[in-house]
Design a protein around this ligand. Structure first.
Ligand SMILES: Cc1cc2nc3c(=O)[nH]c(=O)nc-3n(C[C@H](O)[C@H](O)[C@H](O)COP(=O)(O)OP(=O)(O)OC[C@H]3O[C@@H](n4cnc5c(N)ncnc54)[C@H](O)[C@@H]3O)c2cc1C
Length: 435
């Protein structure tokens, strides 16, 4: 049987492995394996909610081993570290137990493939800014989001104790990068603060003791979205009491402050870096695979590596041209569309038919600004142009994107059961995680 190995079970990879499992592995037309360095999947666009405690990963994660059993593919836990293209084998690093002094749980392994799909996602790009990697927290993984959540909680609890003893302090949070991740995180911090206040973990009086500064090098926040979206979002952030610093580049990140090119030193107890991405470094060292300057695999319109027709790439780690001079953006909707394309293409490949070309359709973008508001623009097929959306309608459509992802990987029945389970949990647990 033809062996398809998908490395990375994220927004694109998990959907692809699931579709291939249901269509090809179930009918014994291919053997499908998913490799991931983590045992469970959490949809990456939810990470800012994990960081502010409004989303419990235990409730929202999909365990790969169970997903594999339900959808007829194999799951292998491990981190890809190398590739031998001549013998079509990928190398996995050993897995160590993080709890018991690094004891080896699984040895280094080799996995054979006929078709390989690289779906490794992306990491934060610090652009060599001094102190950024050492002092800023990022939102690349669930562990990092959880780390940020604990830092925020501990800082607020410490301040509350200080205040009880007669002092009054402000928690300074600096967010670097005014793209969707930075804006959504800034708004979520206010929701977190309200939750802490409700349960006595933060200032009981009026006013906020968390000062949030969003720093953007460009002349407006959300530079990739239409100007109306950016203006509306700026107004909503102002209402939430978020300071926005524009047209100023961060040149250094220290343990307690962020320095900018204009000479400002912005106090920061916690700094979050949300500016720029690059694909994992390991891709740049893979045997003969061509990558661009941010490690993305250069692929054709069929998502096939320029240097090896048996290797494909999708999502954030792929560099695929879109329209004249533009590349497909690193977004969940692109990863989803590419997963759908490859699922069909591999059926054609196995049957010896041509696999066609991928065309990205931009459906627009929505940015969440707390529990009841969102803003964005959606592409209208009828009008042929983008439609501006804001408020509760935009928020409901934003929430629907995650439900759509769940339906794509879990099926409608499980996605609905999941929705009911989450609604019930809201009745029994606080809206914000408190420990
Ligand atoms: C806070 C935040 C909010 C976002 N909001 C939006 C949004 O609203 N809309 C939108 O369209 N996009 C959004 N994005 C971007 C979106 O999350 C990504 O574009 C999307 O997840 C990319 O999908 P992917 O499949 O390429 O990679 P990912 O979803 O990142 O998955 C990569 C997978 O590869 C695994 N992996 C990595 N390296 C290895 C290795 N060496 N070996 C084995 N496994 C490995 C990882 O564990 C992970 O499971 C957001 C991103 C963030 C961080």
């Amino acid at each position: 049987m033809h062996r398809i190995v998908v490395v990375g079970g994220g927004a694109g990879g998990l959907e692809l492995a699931t579709r291939l499992g249901d269509k090809l592995a179930k009918t014994k037309r291919a053997h499908v394996t998913l490799v991931d360095r983590c045992p469970a999947h959490v949809w990456k666009p939810l990470l800012h909610e994990v960081a502010t405690g409004s989303l419990d990963t235990q409730v929202h994660q999909i365990e790969y081993a169970a997903q594999a059993r339900w959808h007829h593919f194999d799951f292998v836990l491990g981190e890809m570290v190398g590739l031998d293209r001549a013998s079509r084998r990928l190398q996995l690093a050993p897995v160590f137990d993080s709890e018991s002094a690094g004891e080896e749980v699984l040895p280094a392994r080799l996995i054979e493939y006929d078709t390989l799909v690289l779906a490794l996602g992306s990491r934060t790009h610090f652009f060599g800014v001094p102190g950024a990697q050492a002092n800023a927290i990022t939102l690349d993984t669930v562990e990092q989001a959880e780390r940020l959540r604990r830092r925020l909680l501990q800082t607020c609890v410490r301040n509350q104790a200080h205040r009880t003893a007669g002092g009054r302090e402000t928690v300074n949070v600096a967010i670097i990068g005014g793209g969707a991740t930075g804006v959504e995180l800034a708004a979520e911090l206010r929701r977190m603060e309200a939750g802490f206040r409700q349960f006595g973990l933060h200032a009981s009086g009026r006013g906020s003791d968390i000062r949030v500064t969003l720093i953007e090098a460009g002349s407006r926040i959300l530079p990739a979205l239409p100007a109306t979206v950016s203006t509306t979002a700026s107004g909503l952030l102002a209402k939430l009491g978020i300071d926005v610093s524009l047209s100023d580049r961060v040149i250094e990140v220290g343990p307690h402050e962020v320095k900018t090119l204009s000479g400002r030193a912005i106090p920061a107890d916690i700094t979050i870096w949300a500016a720029g991405i690059k694909a994992p470094d390991c891709l740049a060292s893979l045997d003969g695979i061509s990558v661009n300057r941010i490690n993305q695999v250069n692929v054709s319109r069929a998502l096939q590596s320029e240097t090896d027709p048996n290797v494909f790439a999708l999502g954030d780690c792929a560099s695929c041209s879109w329209t004249e001079g533009r590349m497909v953006p690193p977004r969940a909707q692109a990863a989803h569309q590419q997963a759908m394309f490859l699922a069909k293409a591999f059926r054609a490949r196995i049957e010896g038919r041509p696999i066609g070309q991928f065309t990205y359709a931009d459906h627009g973008s929505l940015v969440s600004l707390g529990s009841e508001s969102a803003v964005g623009s959606l592409m209208s097929g009828i009008a042929g142009k983008s439609i501006f959306l804001e408020g509760l309608v935009a928020q409901l459509m934003y929430a629907a994107l995650y439900r759509k992802h769940l339906a794509a990987v879990s099926g409608m029945r499980r996605a609905l059961a999941n929705l009911v389970a989450q609604a019930l949990r809201r009745v029994t647990a606080p809206r914000v995680k408190l420990h």
